[in-house]
Design a protein around this ligand. Sequence first.
Ligand code: UDP
Length: 326
Amino acid sequence: MTALVTGGAGYIGSHMALALLERGEDVVILDNLTTGVRDLVPDKAQFVQGDVGDARLVRQLIAEHEVDSVLHFAGSTVVPDSVSDPLRYYANNTCNSRTLIEACIQGGVKHFIFSSTAAVYGATEAEMIDENAPKIPANPYGRSKLMTEWMLQDAASATSLKYIALRYFNVAGADPLGRTGQSTPRATHLIKRACQTALGRLPYLGIFGVDFATPDGTGVRDYIHVSDLVAAHALALDHLRAGGESGAFNCGYGHGFSVRQVIGAVEQASGHKLAVKELPRRPGDPPAVVADPGKLKGRLGWTPRYDALDQIVRHALEWESRVDAR
Ligand code: UDP
């Protein structure tokens, strides 16, 4: 039995591939390397450069490797890009996922783990978001992912495919052993950019909004360590393989940190004061987004190991100081 990891040369997918290999699984990685990095593919994984929208290739891989499970990370993830080029996001995240799901069903794949996002909820007043919160995505990225969740839900009702959609909150940090980390060429995420600033690769860190209704006026997010997120995927896979039901789960810790708190943590970890510039809010940014992780803990038995901002930041910084300036 083999796990097919789409986007396995990317940030989260490469961490997943390592974790699966550590569990003794056979791993095939399918990645088109548009944002993935070949060097992040673990040696023991089989690597195929290609597209999840290539139905023939996917069917061939499933048959050849007797794939029983697909973990689908490949996708486009930059929210502002999804606003300026929505059809590319629907093509890559929605249409290609549809092709992949169909190929899985045709090839007899039984288990499908999908990288979804907190962006499926959109703006919400709730202090902590649970899975039943209204799904009103505020941008094409969130809609492209929500549509894939709907396809999975409908396909799972009609076929023997079972799925888990994991709705990621703010993924950060890097492999504690330093084997992989976030290498996306054009980083937009706060912790990555704060680390780049601390290392002198960015002249300053922009703070997008200082007038939110939050304790210090800056945006609050629930930052989850990538290794804890990967552990949630492994539990989801075990759950499905043990005959568990399909469903969606939030992935976050249940508490948030502000932009200023993140900056403080990066300053502490790096020993450098960060140059910052207070800027207007980024369009569409909600004040606070925090997960209710009760379902993930209760149903899948998830216990976080890295729920500490200083640790997340330290791992991110260690990785950032290893990679070339990008
Ligand atoms: N943010 C910021 N400066 C940056 C990047 C992000 O102030 O250079 C803020 C952003 O407005 C939000 C938080 O940091 O409040 C997290 O943003 P990120 O892009 O990391 O993730 P998002 O929550 O948008 O998915």
